[in-house]
Ligand binder design. Structure first.
Ligand SMILES: [Zn+2]
Length: 361
C-alpha cells in the first residue's frame, strides 16, 4: 500500500469511527479541524440533482450545465470532466458521502460559481518560466534533460502568445541557472498579470506506465499539498493565497485545454506550495506537461511538432481563462449619430480607451 493511500485510508477510517460512535458530522469536524457536510444536501441546496453511480461509493451531482463526480475516500473529484484535487478525502457515514467544507469553499465553488472579480484587469503581460536550467538539469532520462525541453516549449509558447497579442517575459531564454525565488520575483517586479512555470515529469522509481499532464496551483491555507501525504497543513498563508481562486481557475482551464486538445490522460489540477508559486503576486500555475519516463509520451515531448500542439493548447487555456475573468468589453458606439451618454462609465482601466461623447449644450 502506498504511503499516500495509507494516509487517506487512516483518515477515512478515523472519521468513520467518530461518526459510528454517534457523533454528528459537525462533531467529526473536530478531527483534523475540518467541518464535513453531506454531499447530497449541499448539492440540493446548490440546485444540483444527486444520484449514485455506484451505491455508497460514487455519487454524481448534476444539472443542465454541471456534472460533479465524487468517490468515497478519494481526494480527486471530477468537475465537468476534469479531475480536481481536494484537500481532504471524501468521507462516508453509513451510506452518506460527506465533503469537507473547506473543499467546497476552495476547490468546488470557485470553479462552479465564478465570483465577481472586482479587480478585473485585462491580461497584457505573461511571465513564462522554463523549469530548471544550467547546472540544474531537472529530470534526466536516457540522455535527455528536462531543462532542454522546458526551454524549447517556453520559446514556442512565447512566439504563439506574442502572436495572440500578449507581452511575454521569460525567466530564462538560454541554458542558464536561475534561483527559484528569483523567478516569481521577476514576474512581480515586471508587473506580470500571469505566471506560468513549465516542467516535464518523471516517476521517482522510473515506473514507465504513468502519463499525462497535471497542473498545479497554490495549496489553500490549512491544507496539505496534493502529493504531501497529509504533511504541511500548518504552513500558513503565502503571497499567492491572495489570488488562489484565480490561480485555481487558470489551472483548471489550462488542464482542461491540455487534456482535451492533446487527448491525453488527465492527471488533474493539483495543489502545491512550490517555491515558484508561493511568492507570485499574480495568478500562478506550474504545468507538468507529461512524463519523460513514459516510453510513448517522452518521444512526443522530444518532438517539436507535438510541443507546438501543446503550446497551442496552452494559449487556448489562457484565452479561456481570460474570457472568464476579464472585464466586459467597453461599449462601442457607431461612428455617426453617437448617443449622448447620460451616465458615462466612471473609470475604465482596460487598454481600449472609450471616448465619451460630449453632452449636448
Ligand atoms: Zn521540473
Amino acid at each position: 500500500m502506498s504511503k499516500r493511500f495509507a494516509w487517506l485510508k487512516k483518515f477515512a477510517l478515523l472519521l468513520e469511527l467518530c461518526l459510528a460512535s454517534g457523533l454528528s458530522p459537525a462533531h467529526a469536524a473536530g478531527f483534523n479541524g475540518q467541518s464535513y457536510v453531506p454531499l447530497a444536501d449541499w448539492a440540493r441546496a446548490s440546485g444540483l440533482k444527486c444520484f449514485w453511480l455506484k451505491r455508497g461509493d460514487e455519487i454524481v451531482a448534476t444539472n443542465r450545465t454541471t456534472r460533479l463526480v465524487f468517490d468515497k475516500y478519494s481526494r480527486m473529484a471530477e468537475v465537468n470532466g476534469i479531475n480536481v484535487a481536494l484537500s481532504f478525502p471524501v468521507a462516508a457515514d453509513r451510506g452518506t458521502l460527506l465533503i469537507a467544507q473547506m473543499d467546497l469553499n476552495t476547490a468546488i465553488r470557485p470553479l462552479l460559481f465564478l465570483p465577481r472579480f472586482t479587480d478585473a484587469k485585462r491580461i497584457t503581460t505573461i511571465c513564462l518560466d522554463p523549469g530548471h536550467g544550467g547546472k540544474d538539469t531537472g529530470n534526466h532520462t536516457f540522455w535527455h534533460s528536462e531543462k532542454t525541453y522546458t526551454l524549447a516549449l517556453a520559446l514556442e509558447l512565447r512566439d504563439q502568445l506574442q502572436k495572440a497579442g500578449f507581452n511575454i517575459i521569460l525567466t530564462r531564454s538560454k541554458d542558464t541557472y536561475v534561483e527559484l525565488p528569483d523567478r516569481p520575483a521577476l514576474a512581480n517586479r515586471r508587473g506580470a498579470d500571469l505566471f506560468v512555470s513549465l516542467h516535464f515529469n518523471a516517476t521517482p522509481t522510473g515506473k514507465d506506465d504513468v502519463e499525462g499532464p497535471q497542473t498545479y496551483c497554490i495549496t489553500p491555507v490549512g491544507a496539505s499539498s496534493t502529493d504531501a501525504q497529509g504533511e504541511g497543513a500548518n504552513f500558513g498563508a503565502t503571497a499567492a493565497n491572495r489570488c488562489e481562486n484565480k490561480s485555481l481557475l487558470l489551472a483548471y482551464q489550462m488542464q482542461k485545454s491540455l487534456v482535451q486538445s492533446l487527448r491525453v490522460p488527465d492527471r488533474g489540477v493539483r495543489r502545491a506550495r512550490y517555491a515558484v508559486l508561493r511568492d507570485a503576486m499574480m495568478p500562478a500555475i506550474l504545468i507538468e506537461g507529461g512524463y519523460m519516463t513514459h516510453p510513448v509520451e517522452r518521444k512526443k515531448i522530444y518532438d517539436a511538432a507535438y510541443r507546438r500542439q501543446m503550446a497551442q493548447a496552452m494559449v487556448k487555456g489562457i484565452l479561456a481563462y481570460q474570457r472568464l475573468v476579464s472585464p466586459p468589453p467597453p461599449p462601442t458606439w457607431p461612428t455617426t449619430n453617437r448617443p449622448v451618454v447620460k451616465n458615462p462609465p466612471a473609470t475604465w482601466t482596460g487598454t481600449n480607451k472609450v471616448s465619451i461623447p460630449k453632452r449636448a449644450p
